[in-house]
Design a protein around this ligand. Structure first.
Ligand code: FAD
Length: 288
């Protein structure tokens, strides 16, 4: 179909809208993914990305299977690929598996450190993976970026320098970590441009719809919570229905402001919940 960079080039009116899903952990749930995919595809996103590596899996077969199903529904897909815990030979096998299944786009990641899985030392950073993929295939490569800086980064400046290395190595599109304060994203966009990075940047939006999710997310990615967002949590954290509505409304407001400010793309972390994707896309369908 098309590379992600071409989708951005060819779309007459911004933003590009994309969803992210993850492979369900158990095999029987994997079978149920078809229904979720059919509903998501009906919303006609520009692409859907599929995560990789949850639960310490050692192959990318579930990711590839789902990314391939997405393409069969007429939607472009992006398969995530992490490298920290894999050898070059293993990554090469995964690249060939992607190609054999007709996948054209990957999101090349280092992956999080897992204290129970020792790294293999063939790849230290995502830029090493990007170089390796570039040298060994014609897959189109996206990379991750962090508006508030990656939690392990020495500073935001060093993080953006390392982002530039990923771009120089061959990434052609960036997807941001989730954030709740658009001003942080706008500052990041400026800094990225100052660093000489001229690629489409997707704003990662995760609607907060339950308390456990908020706690998990803050521990994992360290996104800062603006006061107006904290007020919502304090007021509604024990009221499931109200928190869902308030979380969706907050995400819609974020997206409207991003579109009005000319963002390249909106990447919605759907958490495999078509209701979330549907509510958000319906709320913004007349805005672009
Ligand atoms: P890198 O770009 O390698 O950066 C990691 C750290 O190293 C940063 O602090 C950076 O500043 C520093 N660094 C980078 N290059 C260098 C260098 N050359 N020298 C010194 N320091 C350097 N994880 C999964 O396991 N599966 C997924 O599917 C997945 N999907 C994701 C999707 C998105 C949109 C995002 C934002 C993250 C995703 N993650 C996923 C999480 C990701 O794997 C972690 O955030 C991981 O800790 C960093 O990955 P990276 O590719 O950004 O790493």
């Amino acid at each position: 179909m098309s590379t992600i960079a071409n989708i951005f080039k060819n779309k007459s009116k911004k933003p590009v809208i994309s969803f992210e899903i993850f492979p369900p952990k158990r095999d029987e749930l994997l079978k149920n993914i078809d229904a979720t995919l059919a509903v998501l595809a009906d919303m006609h996103p520009d692409f859907i990305s599929v995560t990789f590596g949850a639960g310490g899996s050692v192959t990318n077969s579930a990711t590839v299977e789902i990314a391939s199903k997405i393409k069969k529904l007429g939607i472009e897909s992006v398969a995530h690929l992490t490298c920290l815990n894999y050898s070059k030979a293993e990554i090469l096998t995964m690249i060939r598996n992607l190609e054999a299944n007709g996948i054209e786009n990957i999101l090349a990641l280092r992956g999080d450190r897992n204290p129970n899985v020792p790294p293999k030392h063939d790849f230290a950073h995502a830029c090493d993976l990007i170089k390796f993929v570039r040298e060994n295939s014609s897959l189109s490569i996206s990379a991750a970026c962090y508006p508030e800086g990656h939690p392990e980064a020495e500073s935001r400046v060093s993080d953006i320098r390392h982002l530039k290395e990923k771009v120089d190595a061959g990434a052609t599109h960036l997807i941001s970590q989730l954030f709740f304060d658009n001003d942080i994203f706008y500052r990041f966009q400026e800094n990225v441009k100052i660093a000489g990075i001229d690629l489409p940047v997707d704003a990662g939006i995760m609607p907060v719809v339950n308390k456990a999710q908020i706690e998990r997310m803050i521990t994992l990615c360290g996104a800062s919570l603006p006061v107006k967002f904290q007020k919502i949590l304090t007021r509604y954290e024990n009221d499931k229905v109200a928190l869902f509505d308030a979380g969706m409304a907050y995400a819609v407001n974020q997206i409207i402001d991003l579109i009005a400010s000319g963002v390249d793309g909106i990447h919605i972390y759907t958490m495999n919940n078509p209701r979330i994707a549907d509510k958000l896309t319906s709320a913004i369908k007349n805005l672009f």
